[in-house]
Design a protein around this ligand. Structure first.
Ligand code: FES
Ligand code: FES
Length: 182
């Protein structure tokens, strides 16, 4: 069982009383998409469960139970991780970026725009993980070759697109991001 208190990231008497009510839980604080959030988690709680079940950030998907599909990828302190392989406790104090944190209001992130324009998605189930993995890849390779993109997406599966459109979208998104940065 996990309990969250989203209103105040500081430890308070209420926190202590909640911890007493759920003795097998530990309070943690994470910053998700720029917002500090507190939760009470069990030792076995996964980061993906914390994001989806407690913080209602359901853009982070669960596509397997073997840590293979990559649909749960988020950025943890700027590095892409499969959030089904990280314990919530390990994320205590961390900054997390999920797909919900990419757009600025109604303005999509350049990678999101590129996926839309270049048909980098069909059902969209893999897309949040693809985009967050791509974001990490572009930090290291701002102008990636096709081979670098394919290597960067090794842990992400897509059942629909055949990957060609995803590679095209990432190349286009990278170009947009370079333009924006210059
Ligand atoms: S849900 Fe498939 S790798 Fe995390
Ligand atoms: S778009 Fe359907 S799984 Fe990738």
């Amino acid at each position: 069982m996990v309990r969250a208190d989203k209103t105040n990231a500081t430890r308070s008497l209420r926190d202590i009383s909640m911890a007493n009510s759920f003795p097998d839980t530990t309070p943690i604080t994470v910053t998700v998409n720029g917002r500090p959030l507190r939760a009470f988690v069990e030792a076995k709680t996964l980061l993906v469960q914390l994001l989806r079940d407690e913080f209602a950030l359901t853009g982070t998907h669960i596509g397997c139970d073997t840590s293979q599909c990559g649909s749960c990828v988020v950025l943890l302190n700027g590095e892409s991780v499969k959030s089904c392989t990280v314990l919530a406790l390990q994320a205590d104090g961390a900054e997390i970026l999920t797909i919900e944190g990419l757009a600025s209001g109604d303005v999509l992130h350049p990678l999101q725009e590129a996926f839309q324009e270049h048909h980098g998605l069909q059902c969209g189930f893999c897309t949040p993980g693809m985009i967050l993995s791509a974001l990490d890849l572009l930090k290291h390779h701002p102008n990636p070759t096709e081979a670098e993109i394919l290597a960067g997406l090794e842990g992400n599966f897509c059942r629909c697109t055949g990957y060609a459109a995803i590679v095209k979208a990432i190349k286009a998104g990278a170009a947009k991001m370079r333009e924006t940065a210059s």
